[in-house]
Design a protein around this ligand. Structure first.
Ligand SMILES: Nc1ncnc2c1ncn2[C@@H]1O[C@H](COP(=O)(O)OP(=O)(O)O)[C@@H](O)[C@H]1O
Ligand code: SF4
Ligand SMILES: [Mg+2]
Length: 335
């Protein structure tokens, strides 16, 4: 009988997160920011984490690169490119950040230094990570500004960040994030501060770069339309958990969890882009006082007695979908 062939390395997930929890412990309270999140990302895939403000999206992203303050208590497993991030020593972490993985934020000024030109900053990153000559790094800097479609790229290399518009600054930050050819790009609401036209240009650019460079991308947003635009797969986050995951089209056309149904039901008639996730009455629970049962129960139109007392386990109705709700059967029959 033929032996099964070993799984090739290329099939290993780029990101593998198992039962990740992050708590912030202080004298007065314990904030349960992330509560047992598990997921995988394959190379070349775009996963969108969608959720209301305060649902734990940024903390989840920062945990992937251990960019969290000392007060954070992290448990579970985080592997990026096969390496255990939780166990990493400082020098290995520094190589991971800006090497295999890069992060872009809502506000480019958090990543760009106001006292150096865009060209100097990109070249400096390349020299530091790759040990190239300054001339070679400057040449790459120009190529990168052209790659992110900054007009008059050569001239812009000599610009300071404050001399650029919001959209150009965001492009410059993307260029910097791409400078060491990351295999994983983490984008935390990178288009939220931009107006709608610039936002769509940046989303299209990111999508094209992701395809051309074959990067895995995790994209955080509170905006349904943005998720629909950029994602292959969506994870809906609520009170520190992934309450539903699935391919973007399936999830938007047939949401399984009452929370996702509420989000989508209230927005299908309007233009979806720019829609904040606040359409469901009530507000999410405090992460320092999570209810015993389902965290969505106080807002759920279908809540039952059992929802108040026990937390729903994750159901996997199909191989590519999950939902944490007692109403979701383990296995949905094909229609
Ligand atoms: N450094 C911190 N110390 C204490 N609590 C924090 C810290 N960072 C985030 N939190 C809390 O963790 C929760 C999740 O935050 P966050 O991940 O930033 O939400 P989102 O990105 O979904 O808006 C929030 O209740 C927030 O107040
Ligand atoms: S478990 Fe219960 S309260 Fe929670 S979403 Fe499902 S039906 Fe609603
Ligand atoms: Mg955030």
């Amino acid at each position: 009988m033929q032996q099964p062939s070993p799984v090739p390395d290329s099939a290993a997930p780029l990101v593998d997160v198992v039962d990740l929890s992050v708590r912030f412990v202080s004298k007065d309270a314990t904030v349960h920011a992330v509560n047992g999140v598990s997921f995988q990302l394959t190379a070349g895939e775009v996963l969108c984490i969608l959720g209301e403000s305060g649902s734990g999206k940024s903390v989840t992203m920062r945990a992937l690169l251990r960019l969290l303050p000392e007060t954070a208590r992290i448990s579970g497993q985080v592997r990026v490119d096969g390496r255990d991030v939780i166990a990493m020593a400082g020098n290995e972490l520094a190589r991971l950040r800006g090497g295999v993985a890069s992060m872009i934020f809502q506000e480019p000024m958090t990543a760009l230094d106001p006292v150096f030109t865009v060209g100097q900053q990109i070249a400096e990153t390349i020299v530091r990570h790759e040990g190239t000559s300054w001339a070679e790094a400057e040449k790459r800097g120009l190529e990168l500004l052209e790659l992110v479609q900054i007009p008059s790229a050569k001239r812009r290399l000599a610009s300071y960040p404050h001399e650029l518009s919001g959209g150009l600054r965001q492009r410059a930050m993307i260029a910097m994030a791409l400078s060491c050819r990351p295999r994983l790009l983490l984008a935390d609401e990178p288009t939220t501060a931009l107006d709608a036209t610039v936002q769509i240009q940046i989303l299209l650019l990111l999508r094209r770069l992701q395809e051309d460079l074959g990067m895995g991308v995790i994209f955080v947003t509170h905006d349904l339309g943005v998720a629909g635009e950029i994602a292959d797969r969506v994870a809906v986050m609520y009170a520190g958990r992934f309450i539903e995951t699935g391919p973007v089209v399936d999830l938007m056309e047939g949401p399984l969890h009452p929370y996702t149904q509420g989000l989508l039901g209230s927005t299908v008639h309007g233009g979806m882009r720019g829609q904040r996730l606040t359409a469901i009455p009530g507000s999410p629970p405090s992460l320092s006082e999570l209810p015993t049962g389902c965290a969505f129960a106080p807002r759920c139109p279908q809540a039952m007695d059992v929802c108040q007392t026990s937390e729903p386990t994750e159901r996997k109705p199909r191989p590519d979908r999950t939902a944490r709700c007692v109403l979701v059967e383990e296995s949905i029959q094909a229609a």
